[in-house]
Design a protein around this ligand. Structure first.
Ligand SMILES: [Ca+2]
Ligand SMILES: [Ca+2]
Length: 349
């Protein structure tokens, strides 16, 4: 299987932006890929570290989904999940570094891109987009609703250099980003865990709280206060990624489920839930999976929104939120956390 099966962010950037404006004149990396304002999003702030020990989530029955905001999050239906353990915080760079040190694992973003994933003649692909790299958010100078204006493919961006080679190193206490599905799955196997199902994740994120379509208060989650993508009021203290554990945990003791970075789950994506799949649902099979943003290959469901979610764009700062995630590449606002079927004491760490 190709390392770069689908590139849901890359393809629009190439087809809507880069090919139209760059390929005809240059194969060089455009200067705007490393704007100084990007570094405003990197913080050196620290917070008291939350515990690493997985939390037992007693299973139960809840109303999964939402019909209040986006159609693909419904219908609401009563859903039951069995108990499981879950990481109290997003997987951090410190934790991922332990995995890489032990295994010499090389992530997708560190490997060259195979030209055939673009589906266009190779001469139409800017050379830099075939280099190892990943999708990095940068704030555009002007208001926009076109995501090609704030996503760049940045050669040399990967988990240890989340802003690209010219930016600061990844900080140990921040969530790891720029991973593809196979990178996350490899980490999970090494840790003795697994990627949670969407139902498990949503049950754990909800923690018995009433549903709300409102943006969380600034002390509760790292989202975007102000008008995205140009005005970041930073009332929660962070323009970009925050260290894990800076915000109040939910009733189950889980930090940053909503906000900070999106979290990839094991389910394949299709718009809307199957109303009849209510007992430990695991999402559609490959034949029924469909992501309008990434139609050629099944996407994974990601949950909870990120520091880029604002009321005027991406009201995804909720447990019910869901979007398809290209399995073949990472981005600077997408991470994950693990679930476990065995108690922590039975594992080696
Ligand atoms: Ca924020
Ligand atoms: Ca999160």
């Amino acid at each position: 299987m190709s390392n770069r099966i689908q590139q849901a962010i890359l393809l629009p950037i190439v087809l809507l932006g880069a090919i139209g404006t760059l390929a005809a004149c240059s194969n060089e990396v455009p200067q705007q890929q490393q704007p100084l304002s990007l570094l405003d999003f990197a913080t050196t702030q620290t917070c008291p570290p939350p515990p690493d020990k997985p939390v037992w989530i007693d299973g139960g029955t809840f109303i999964m989904g939402s019909s209040a905001v986006y159609a693909e999050e419904g219908p609401e239906r009563e859903t039951t999940v069995d108990g499981f353990w879950m990481d109290p915080h997003e997987v951090t760079n410190r934790q991922f570094a332990e995995f890489v040190a032990a295994t010499a694992y090389v992530t997708i973003a560190e490997k060259p891109v195979e030209p055939d994933v673009f589906g266009v003649p190779v001469e139409q692909i800017p050379t830099y987009m075939l280099e190892p790299g990943s999708a990095v958010f940068h704030p555009p100078a002007q208001p926009s609703r076109n995501y090609a204006d704030w996503w760049d493919y940045v050669p040399g961006a990967y988990w240890k250099k989340p802003y690209g080679p010219g930016g600061p190193d990844a900080r140990p206490d921040q969530p790891v980003v720029h991973l593809g599905w196979e990178d996350m799955a490899a980490y999970a196997e090494w840790r003795g865990g697994r990627i949670p199902t969407e139902a498990e994740w949503e049950f754990a994120a909800s923690a018995g709280a009433a549903k709300s379509a409102d943006q969380p208060e600034p002390e509760l989650a790292n989202s975007w206060q102000g008008v995205f993508p140009v005005t970041n009021e930073e009332r929660d203290g962070f323009k970009g990624i925050a260290p894990v554990g800076c915000f109040r945990p939910n009733a189950f003791g889980l930090y940053d489920m909503v906000g900070n970075v999106w979290e990839v789950t094991a389910d394949l994506f299709r718009p809307g839930h199957d109303p009849d799949d209510r007992d430990n649902p695991r999402g559609p099979g490959e034949n029924l999976a469909y992501d309008p943003m990434n139609p050629a290959t099944p996407s994974r469901v990601m949950k909870g929104g990120s520091y880029l979610c604002a009321p005027n764009y991406c009201q995804r700062y909720r447990p019910e939120s869901r979007q398809g995630r290209d399995p073949g590449m990472g981005a600077s606002n997408v991470g994950f956390r693990l679930a476990y079927d065995r108690p922590p004491a039975e594992r080696a760490f």
